[in-house]
Design a protein around this ligand. Structure first.
Ligand code: C5P
Length: 208
């Protein structure tokens, strides 16, 4: 059983996906980390971010078992990731690895931007998790301050808008809800409430 969770940055899809995976005993893959790991490997090796062939070669060697969320969550890595994510050859390499992961038993939860549309179009259940850009920026800001960091809310808001534009505007696999995705708008809904709604939908799908 595959559960696809898509949506823009900071909408709450990571937290929701982890809760779903824990509840059902499924494997979870945050596919954003695969783009981030590729970007970080390029940055670390001093390689350019605009050479598709070089980036795809690096993407082919990413080990899904070695993705470290703490290291990869850095802001500049996210920016670099969304730049190389526009390259079709990079996407082909990472999507292949993601599909292999998706077939693990007894089930998987994959979150990203194109899971329900491209990576796993036959996923049993699809969610599209979203929230207004203002709310997503505010959540990211609170998260950084909560970890003792410093941030300027307006800068984060600008970043969220830019990332949305890049992810929704690219030609290959743009971010959009699959036609059969369940929409979860977390602007006015806690992640807990979104989880309860998701659970109801998953349980109903499992009975079919
Ligand atoms: O979700 P996260 O912020 O970690 O993703 C980083 C970037 O990787 C996104 O902005 C997006 O450009 C790209 N990405 C993607 N397809 C996915 C997951 C992430 O293009 N399935």
């Amino acid at each position: 059983m595959i559960i696809a969770v898509d949506g823009p940055a900071a909408a709450g899809k990571g937290t929701l996906s982890r809760r779903i995976a824990e509840t059902y005993g499924f494997h979870h893959l945050d596919t954003g980390l695969t783009y981030r790991a590729t970007a970080k490997a390029l940055l670390d090796a001093g390689l350019p971010l605009d050479d598709e062939r070089v980036a795809a070669d690096v993407a082919l060697r990413i080990d899904l078992g070695g993705l470290d969320r703490d290291v990869l969550s850095a802001h500049d890595i996210g920016e670099a990731a969304s730049k190389i994510a526009v390259m079709p050859a990079v996407r082909r390499a990472l999507v292949e690895a993601q599909r292999q992961f998706a077939s693990r038993e007894p089930g998987t939860v994959l979150d990203g931007r194109d899971i329900g549309t491209i990576v796993c179009p036959d996923a049993k259940v699809k969610f599209y998790v979203t929230a207004s850009p203002e709310i997503r920026a505010r959540r990211r800001y609170d998260e950084i301050l909560g970890k003792g960091g410093e941030a300027v809310l307006e800068d984060i808001f600008d970043d969220v808008r830019k990332r949305d534009e890049r992810d929704m505007g690219r030609a290959d696999s743009p971010l959009r809800p699959a036609d059969d995705a369940h929409l979860l708008d977390t602007s006015e809904m806690s992640i807990e409430a979104a989880f309860m709604a998701a659970r109801g939908i998953i349980d109903a799908a499992m009975m079919k």
